[in-house]
Design a protein around this ligand. Sequence first.
Ligand code: F6R
Length: 256
Amino acid sequence: MEIIIQPTPEAATSIAAKLIAKLLREKPNAVLGLATGSTPVALYRELVALKLDWSKVTTFNLDEYIGISPQHPQSYHSFMWENLFQHVNVAVKNVNIPDGMAKDVPASCELYEKKIKAAGGIDLQILGIGTDGHIGFNEPTSSLVSRTRIKTLTQQTIRDNARFFGSEEAVPHHVITMGIGTIMEARQNLLLAFGDKKAAAIAEAAEGPVTAMNPASALQFHATAKFFLDAGAASKLKKADYYRWVYENKPVWQQF
Ligand code: F6R
């Protein structure tokens, strides 16, 4: 696991954007795994500004709420079109987001897994992290080998996401999410986290034991996982000085 700590979310976002841009330039038909929420908004803005060619890119989103239509302003479909897809030349047929209105949700989850495989697997997965350590919507105690499926949100996540819906009551309880096993198969995993509110979850994920109680800790078993943090999210890391020193002293051949 590589931990990159920057003074601000903007600085951390820029480095992550550079890595994603490098992949899209080297592999124009890359398969990207995408996240929603507040964290990647600036990342998507930066990727749009880089004017990359998305015409051959395939995307798979991590998750979606069950029971809200793609047109709902808080659906992850709406989020993705608003924040990224409408600003780049991605082909609509190459965009994949779990279907929260599917008649047979378990069957749609199985199909989603098949589509990821058929696309050749995910080259690079973008992740945020919940204050309870969730990645995608894999809440604590999720199986570390889980696949795309239905999950029930924790009270903590419902409270955290109430800011998007106006009230806790309006937040759907059920979601479709890629599993931890699905995420672990991505060839690269970039996790972004900003602010003190994420500090405890990040410290547990990076320096605690690998446990289903903090699903992001599974990334300790991912060969190339990278965490991009601002000072707030890094504030509870015991070895923060070491991570900073490593990044600042990278020889040219190791720089991003
Ligand atoms: C969203 C997702 C979630 C969020 C997490 C953090 O697609 O997968 O894991 O990344 O809930 O959300 P924010 O960024 O809003 O703090």
